[in-house]
Design a protein around this ligand. Sequence first.
Ligand code: UDP
Ligand code: MG
Length: 338
Amino acid sequence: MEKHLLTAIVPCFNEEENVPYFYEEFLKNKPFLEGRGIDYELIYVDDGSSDGTAKAVRALVAKDQNVRLLSFSRNFGKEAAMYAGLQNARGDYVSIMDADLQDPPSLLPEMFGYLDEGYDQVATRRVNRTGEPPVRSFFARRFYHLINRYSKTEIVDGSRDFRLMTRPVVDAILEVSEYNRFSKGIFSWVGFRTKWIAYENIERTHGKTKWSFWSLFGYAIDGIVAYSTVPLTISAFMGILLCFIAILMIIFIIIRKLAFGDPTPGWPSMVCIILLVSGLQLLSIGIIGEYLSKTYLEVKNRPIYIVKEDTAADEKTPRVGIPGGAPDRKNTKQTYGK
Ligand code: UDP
Ligand code: MG
């Protein structure tokens, strides 16, 4: 039987309690994987944790050579952790899963079933938002509504980063070499036949979520700026509209002056108009600034992550994640399992 390899990428930021739990849960799939002739590789990406995450993973590495620790020099964010995992994955199949077991590894057999049906990737979304503060759910819904209305890339409401991909999809994602990564968009942007499966939201096993309301808000702005230029159009449109109104008003005032000789009254209204218009100007500059700042960071071409420790480094292992630096793993499939 031809041997295959499944790489599971687990981004971890201060998840020391969850690391061993996840391992146990994941290993429950072992009989299934063995039945299909699939080996596994488990990459824990320690995203600059300040607790014992790295130590907990090292303990697993010591007893299971299929486990690998990739430790960042500081916290680079989940997007960077996923990118590092994808760049280092050797598998023909790659899956991304949260350490807190909110993405149940028990779904893997079902997901493989869909790959057998001919899908290139299987993505997940949660059908409800149990256990989440109502304000957060409200803004999340507004965000998905907005972005799907104004962007050509579809971003499914409630979609999670949990997915199972085949090698061609992974390579395509690695080709998307942008610094400001918004994976939910990239996964959808690359295309391929995607099967969506839904599951009930599960609350995290240990610890608490790393996302505050404002960090999610910033993430939402990143998503909009990365996948839509409509805000720029809106600010240009507001400018045109205001000019038009101003011209009408000027004509009105001149005619009134000529016909009735009225002095021009209304300081308060003037002040209001000045405030409104300068507010809109600042807003527009702010919107342009958002895009400019993203462009600025993109042009700098900084690494997406920096690796401090890697328990399974080989000559192809990138130490710093330069955008687009997909290591050449094209030969993996042939050499693996011989
Ligand atoms: N995570 C990470 N780096 C970060 C923040 C989070 O690698 O800067 C990981 C975290 O350890 C977890 C996953 O990303 O495995 C999802 O994070 P979390 O559970 O806090 O988010 P939520 O499930 O609430 O959306
Ligand atoms: Mg979580």
